[in-house]
Ligand binder design. Structure first.
Ligand code: G3P
Length: 215
């Protein structure tokens, strides 16, 4: 499974990239707002750090404006993927962009049908939102499993990016369901490699070793 970082925080990206654990980055308007930096400048900086796909989202919602914006964003760096929302205009834009060889990530997917349509329209990536599905009292992990099954059934090449990952359980469910990728917020990522029993185990080893060498 590939790990993407769902953040535009350059310090976090550098730190996790240095561990060899960052296969790509996803951003959206809310994530860019949080960093308070110029959209184009921060995306170009991230694209220069990470050797993998960097998703940057359009901020317009009608077909003509989305395609115009996407054509511009796609020129910012070689590894840019343009994120397009799951709407009728979005599907049309994805279809046009895929014919031009521009990689797209169809975002805000909440059902198998939406994912299937995005894949058929030519999306390189499709992003179901696991946490937000759970918020509705449904099962985000099950959506990933079903979506993966359907893509496999028909040999569709789009890759699933499990998004809106908020907990260790979300990540594990996405991995068990066979998601190609999970995009993980930096703050959660740093919690995932720790475990209270690991910390306690190290403390015990240290204590025993000190006692042994000082006896
Ligand atoms: O990748 C989508 C993500 O940024 C949304 O997360 O937690 O706001 O549902 P959340």
């Amino acid at each position: 499974m590939k790990f993407f970082l769902d953040t535009a925080n350059v310090d976090q990206i550098k730190r996790i990239n240095d561990l060899g654990l960052c296969d790509g980055v996803t951003t959206n308007p809310s994530i860019i707002k949080k960093e308070g930096r110029d959209f184009k400048e921060v995306v170009i900086e991230i694209a220069s750090i990470v050797d993998g796909p960097i998703s940057a989202e359009v901020t317009s919602y009608d077909y003509d404006s989305m395609v115009k914006e996407a054509l511009d964003i796609a020129k910012w760096a070689d590894n840019i993927v343009v994120k397009i929302p799951m709407t009728e205009d979005g599907l049309k834009a994805i279809n046009t962009l895929s014919k031009k060889g521009i990689k797209t990530n169809c975002t805000l997917i909440f059902s198998v049908s939406q994912g299937l349509m995005a894949a058929k329209a030519g999306a390189t990536y499709i992003s179901p939102f696991v946490g937000r599905i759970d918020d509705m009292g449904e099962d985000g992990g099950e959506l990933i499993y079903n979506l993966k099954t359907v893509l496999d059934n028909y040999g569709l090449e789009s890759e699933i990016i499990a998004a809106s990952i908020r907990t260790n359980k979300h990540l594990e469910e996405a991995a068990l369901a066979g998601s190609h990728i999970a995009t993980i917020p930096g703050s959660l990522f740093e919690k995932l490699w720790t475990h209270p029993l690991t910390t306690q185990g190290i403390e015990n080893f240290k204590k025993d070793w000190e006692a042994f060498i000082n006896k």
